[in-house]
Every structure is written in structure tokens, then in C-alpha cells.
Write a protein that binds this ligand. Sequence first.
Ligand code: ATP
Ligand code: MG
Length: 180
Amino acid sequence: MRLSKIKLAGFKSFVDPTTIPFPSNRVCVVGPNGCGKSNVIDAVRWVMGESSAKNLRGGAMTDVIFNGSGGRKPVEQATVELWFEEVTIPPYQENGELAIKRLLTRDGDSQYFINNERCRRKDITDLFLGTGLGPRSYAIVEQGMISRFIEAKPDELRVFLEEAAGISKYKERRKETEQR
Ligand code: ATP
Ligand code: MG
């Protein structure tokens, strides 16, 4: 399974609808300071369900919506869509395509979609549990994360190990069953 493209509109500095293709397994994003490289990674984390504005380098969640610059007025909503190909997650492996989308409006209404069908945030987080990809998973290694790994307490380290071993989704399901 691989990420094939990201579509953004109204998200941080990406005010106009923008498609970023990922044509191969190794892609570099380069550009001058402040051009929006880290915003691309924030977009990935956001669409996977990140609920902490601080982790997206903002004060409030609506800070991810383009808030104007130069001659451009702020916009009313932000959307990010991730497209995957060679999908291995059932039942989406059947036609091989999976697109997940999140939309946020200025009044704080957050909506999630799988293949354009409305779903819950949990449906998206469940989808990627155990794959290593997720809003806070190890697939995204950001600045300072290596030292956080090194300094992590055993309990915190265990969360990463369980995700890497693919057992976090079973733990999550057990927790849900126990709560019922
Ligand atoms: P560096 O090389 O310094 O790490 P970068 O390419 O990673 O830079 P980003 O941090 O992705 O840059 O982008 C920062 C830019 O995004 C800033 O110019 C900032 O004004 C803009 N930006 C962030 N949030 C918004 C928003 N809500 N509306 C408009 N612009 C935004
Ligand atoms: Mg950056």
C-alpha cells in the first residue's frame, strides 16, 4: 500500500486546490524556508485524525484554515484528501483504491470521509491502526522525535512497539469490548 497523492484546498498556505503527486516510493519535498514543506506533513497528520492543534503548530484547530496573506482573503474551509494505491486494507483492497478526506469549517465542524462517504473519525483511525501510519505513529518522524524515543519511559516506548508489532488494533478492540 502506498500514498499516491495528496489533495489540499484551503489548508494552511495551500489556499488554491493543489494536488501533490507521489509518483514513486522515494519523494523529496524541497523549497525555501516558509514555503509550506512542513504544512504538507501537517496535512497528512490532520487528515488521519490529529485532534491537537499544538501538534499541528497552531493555537486552535481552525488555525489550519487558510487565514489570508498578501492580497488573498481568508477562506471558510479546509480540506485534505489522501489517496492510496495498492491498498491492502480489507475491504478496500478489492478495487485497490482508498481515499480518505477531512473537511473543517470555520464554525469548527469537522467531517471525515472514506471514498467520499461520510464516516466517523474513529473509522479512519481504526483503518490505519497497526499500519504504522496514523496521526502520532512512527511513520512520521519529525524534529525532536528521536530524542523523545531515547528519553521515553518504558510505557511510552511500549506504545510504539505495539504499533510496530501490529497488536495495537487488537488492544484497542479489547478495550472497546470491555467498555461495553
Ligand atoms: P522551513 O524550511 O522553515 O521548515 P517550511 O517549508 O516547512 O519551512 P511551513 O512551516 O510548512 O514551511 O510553512 C509556513 C508557512 O505557512 C508560513 O508562511 C505561514 O504563514 C503559512 N501558514 C501556516 N498556516 C497558515 C494559515 N492558516 N493560513 C495561511 N498561511 C499559513
Ligand atoms: Mg519546516
